[in-house]
Design a binder for this molecule. Structure first.
Ligand code: AMP
Length: 190
């Protein structure tokens, strides 16, 4: 089974790789950022609340994320999935563990794409001119990076410790094709 988690700071290229790999493996690509951005189009009360949080670069509440992920995983859990942007907090990782346990599933690969702050800053600014995302502004990038360091990086380290046999660090400063190739090698190996 191909159940994969992609970790990495904003701008590391995990969304790009998760999409490529999901197409290669024919499994669902669950990007929580994409799901939330779609939700913003509803323009209802929840969308307005989400917009304020996301455009400031802060994390959306665990309850909202956990319920989004559970409902999507219910559909995909038997066919394989890639989680891109989740779990980002310890509470989310606990929820995921519980969910996988209850549905007799597990994660098979964890890919952590690493990149330094200067490189990701210039990447995100480049993306902002192409995609016009509200949160790709220079002043918001620092907040998003801080959220990563203060919360998600800790979750990543925990997974690395607990699941060292399926955890793979990858250098995110490489070219897109090189990173894809490295991931393909990892998936082939085990
Ligand atoms: P991303 O596209 O993954 O960079 O996500 C964009 C924004 O969506 C983040 O800056 C958060 O505001 C929100 N978001 C996405 N995934 C999560 C998550 N797992 N937990 C909390 N907030 C999230």
């Amino acid at each position: 089974m191909n159940n994969i988690i992609f970790f990495g700071p904003p701008g590391a290229g995990k969304g790009t790789q998760a999409k490529i790999i999901s197409e290669l493996l024919k499994v669902a690509h669950l990007s929580t950022g994409d799901i939330l951005r779609k939700k913003l189009l509803d323009q209802d009360k929840l969308a307005n609340e989400l917009k304020a949080i996301m455009s400031a670069g802060n994390l959306v509440s665990d309850d909202i994320l956990n319920s989004i992920v559970a409902s999507r995983l219910n559909k995909e859990v038997n066919n394989g999935f890639i989680l891109d942007g989740y779990p980002r907090t310890l509470k989310q990782s606990e929820f995921l563990n519980e969910y996988l346990y209850e549905t007799s599933n597990s994660i098979n690969y964890i890919i952590n794409i690493q990149i330094n702050f200067e490189t990701l800053k210039s990447r995100i600014l480049k993306r902002s001119s192409e995609e016009s995302r509200d949160d790709d502004k220079i002043e918001v990038i620092q907040t998003r990076y801080n959220e990563y360091v203060n919360s998600t990086q800790k979750v990543t380290e925990l997974y690395k410790e607990k699941y060292s046999n399926i955890f793979y660090d990858i250098d995110g400063s490489l070219q897109i094709q090189e990173i894809t190739e490295k991931i393909r090698q990892i998936l082939k190996k085990s």
